[in-house]
Write a protein that binds this ligand. Structure first.
Ligand code: HEC
Ligand code: HEC
Length: 283
């Protein structure tokens, strides 16, 4: 009997938080409902909407728009574009944020709270539990020595060739060669406005610009490994395809080196390394 009395408050049905008045600021994380829901309502719903539809009160003022999670499609995953993500992929994005967008990093939240927010986000897709993610794209270690200027310069040159010839990345991103040189390399015509990226519609009815690597902040990329992942897996829900299978691991790594070498100084690992190696040689 006594046990029953003790248990009563815990087993009493709790009102669903989402159905009540939403006052995320006064909700307590420890003892009210599902932590994921509380974290989400408090920190995420202002942009992503209480219902996860991307229509939070801040959304009209933002570009790109906060994601609508009911689509179940994610951009920055280790699984190939088109596949459901791994929970770890969303956790990485929630921790790091998306550079150059309004999506902040949430490193200051305890890991458990970030994890439960991710589970809450995934569950906005009605059938998420029934979907199986494809295996992550194969990860190959960087084959290029960062200790050797020659090796780095050779990788950049090879990546430039793959970018412009085999993979024609300039069909969306800019090309970084004069048109006559590019046409000679291709043995055929290239678009005449290759110095500009071409706007592309995405799954959520936004038109986005593929980044110009010389100027744009890349959303999910800090270093070379992120570049390798973004190019290999692609960007889900956008025109950026997965290059898994179409290019070899060596070609993918050389693209990572080439694209990184185009980036502005504070972001480019490759350029910083080349400067440091040249200085060391000069001494
Ligand atoms: C100030 C607005 C804002 C807040 C607050 C915010 N987000 Fe976002 N979030 C965005 C925007 C904008 C995007 C889309 C960026 C894009 O598509 O380029 C995004 C995208 C995402 C994505 C999609 C990543 C992918 O790979 O496609 C996830 C997951 C996400 N947010 C989770 C969260 C979580 C969890 C919280 C709360 C802890 C949160 N967001 C809070 C603006 C916000
Ligand atoms: C059919 C069009 C298309 C082609 C071809 C294409 N991309 Fe993209 N790429 C995009 C779009 C669109 C985005 C922007 C996605 C976003 O911001 O949400 C993008 C984004 C990227 C990003 C940034 C990821 C981030 O975290 O912000 C990298 C890096 C990239 N592309 C590299 C490449 C490389 C290298 C190639 C050639 C092997 C290539 N792309 C070919 C359309 C394309």
């Amino acid at each position: 009997m006594a046990l029953g009395v003790l248990r009563a408050p815990a087993s009493a049905p709790r009102p669903a938080l989402a159905a009540r008045e939403h006052d995320p600021l006064t909700m307590r994380l420890s003892d009210e409902g599902d932590t994921g829901e509380v974290v989400y309502l408090r920190y995420c719903s202002g942009c992503h909407g209480v219902a996860g539809d991307g229509k939070g009160p801040a959304a009209p003022f933002l570009s790109p728009k906060p994601r609508n999670f009911t689509s179940g499609v994610y951009k920055f995953t280790t699984t190939p574009s088109g596949s459901p993500p791994l929970e770890e992929d969303l956790l990485r994005t929630v921790t790091e944020g998306l550079h150059g967008t309004s999506m902040p990093g949430w490193r200051f939240l305890p890991l458990g709270e970030r994890r439960s927010a991710v589970k809450h986000v995934l569950a906005f897709h009605k059938e998420w539990e029934l979907r199986t993610a494809e295996p992550p794209v194969p990860f190959h270690e960087n084959p290029v020595s960062l200790e050797s200027r020659e090796a780095i310069e050779a990788a950049i040159a090879r990546g430039r060739d793959v970018y412009h010839k085999k993979a024609t990345c300039w069909s969306c991103h800019p090309g970084y060669m004069p048109v006559p040189d590019l046409e000679k390399l291709l043995g055929g015509p290239a678009r005449s406005d290759i110095e500009k990226p071409l706007p592309k519609p995405d799954l959520w009815e936004e038109v986005i610009l593929p980044p110009d690597f010389r100027t744009a902040t890349l959303k999910s990329v800090k270093g070379l490994q992120d570049l390798y992942r973004a190019v290999t897996a692609g960007v889900g829900g956008t025109a950026m395809p997965t290059w898994k299978g179409a290019l070899s691991a060596d070609e993918l790594w050389s693209l990572a080196f080439y694209v990184d070498s185009l980036r502005p100084p504070p972001y480019s690992v490759v350029n910083r390394t080349l400067v440091a190696l040249a200085e060391a040689e000069g001494k």
